[in-house]
Design a protein around this ligand. Structure first.
Ligand SMILES: Cc1cc2nc3c(=O)[nH]c(=O)nc-3n(C[C@H](O)[C@H](O)[C@H](O)COP(=O)(O)O)c2cc1C
Length: 280
């Protein structure tokens, strides 16, 4: 299996050590090819804010650098790992730079249906916001997050120094969790193993589809994919709770946009661009 790792750490230490553990678990299931996308080393300029990727399409981005290659590598992978250490209570700047440049991927999610794992390494703080950001990014790009790993490095790694609180029982429990979450990824990659969406996946799916109501580019993409009336990116049979949740959300979004329609001209009313529609 081919796994693309989007790595936010600028150094090859804690996160990389855990990736090697994940790789060892995955190798129990067959050959593993890891494609490390190290954000710090990526040939990536910062987003200039022209908004052309949103308004007209990602091919109109004026920056020609390593972004297209990263997208190609992610699209070619069977699964993805979204990894970042906590820096000042969040993902690192280089990870965020990549996400900014790929803001359009939340609108036109070409990674739909790929299983994913998130990995946070931390001194102890910022776990919630960082893990949530990684998950939101993965789900926003269409991935199905099947496992989440958090490692408190100061407890996990036995290193000398005043900031080390190595705890063997923590390490044993963390290794167990790493193996368990990774097994979920291995199962999801196997044919027919991808689980259906959870509530958060459905919430994001419905929310992102709402962009098709105001963007010609997004609408064309979602229509071509056949997602305009589907329950999710791939065929699923939702249980009654999730079906109800999804339908209510869809209805609320449509009602909300219907009330905006009086003030804003939307793309199906004339052939204006999404930019015209947004400008009202
Ligand atoms: C600039 C910087 C900022 C950090 N900010 C935090 C923080 O806000 N909270 C925290 O618990 N740890 C913080 N850490 C510690 C790292 O998250 C921790 O060492 C992590 O294990 C590093 O993983 P890595 O080796 O994969 O980069 C910070 C480390 C650095 C270098």
């Amino acid at each position: 299996m081919k796994i693309a790792v989007i790595m936010g750490s600028p150094r090859k230490r804690d996160g990389h050590a855990i990736i090697r553990k994940i790789q060892a678990v995955l190798e129990r299931h067959g050959e593993v090819e890891l494609d490390m996308i190290n954000c710090k080393d990526a040939e990536l300029e910062e987003c200039r804010g022209c908004d052309l990727c949103m308004q007209k399409g990602e091919q109109y981005c004026p920056i020609k650098d390593g972004l297209a290659d990263i997208v190609r590598r992610m699209e070619q992978a069977d699964a993805l790992i979204f990894a970042s250490p906590v820096y000042a209570m969040q993902v690192t700047a280089s990870f965020k730079r990549l996400v900014d440049r790929l803001a359009w991927l939340f609108h036109r999610p070409s990674l739909a249906g790929k299983p994913a794992l998130t990995l946070v390494t931390t001194g102890g703080g910022g776990i919630g916001p960082t893990a949530r950001y990684l998950e939101m990014t993965a789900v926003g790009w269409g991935c199905r997050v099947v496992g989440k790993i958090v490692v408190i490095s100061s407890f996990y790694f036995d290193r000398p120094g005043p900031q080390n609180f190595y705890d063997q029982s923590y390490k044993v429990a963390a290794d167990h969790a790493i193996a368990k979450q990774t097994e979920r990824l291995a199962r999801a990659v196997a044919p027919g193993g991808l689980p259906g969406p959870g509530y958060f996946d459905l919430y994001m799916f419905q929310g992102l589809r709402s962009k098709t109501l105001i963007s010609v580019v997004d609408r064309a993409y979602w229509e071509a994919k056949g997602w305009m009336n589907s329950d999710y990116y791939y065929p699923v049979k939702l249980g009654p709770g999730k079906l109800l949740f999804s339908r209510i959300l869809n209805l609320l979004i449509r009602l909300l946009f219907a009330s905006f329609r009086k003030k804003v001209t939307f793309p199906d009313q004339h052939s204006a661009t999404a930019g015209d529609a947004l400008a009202g």
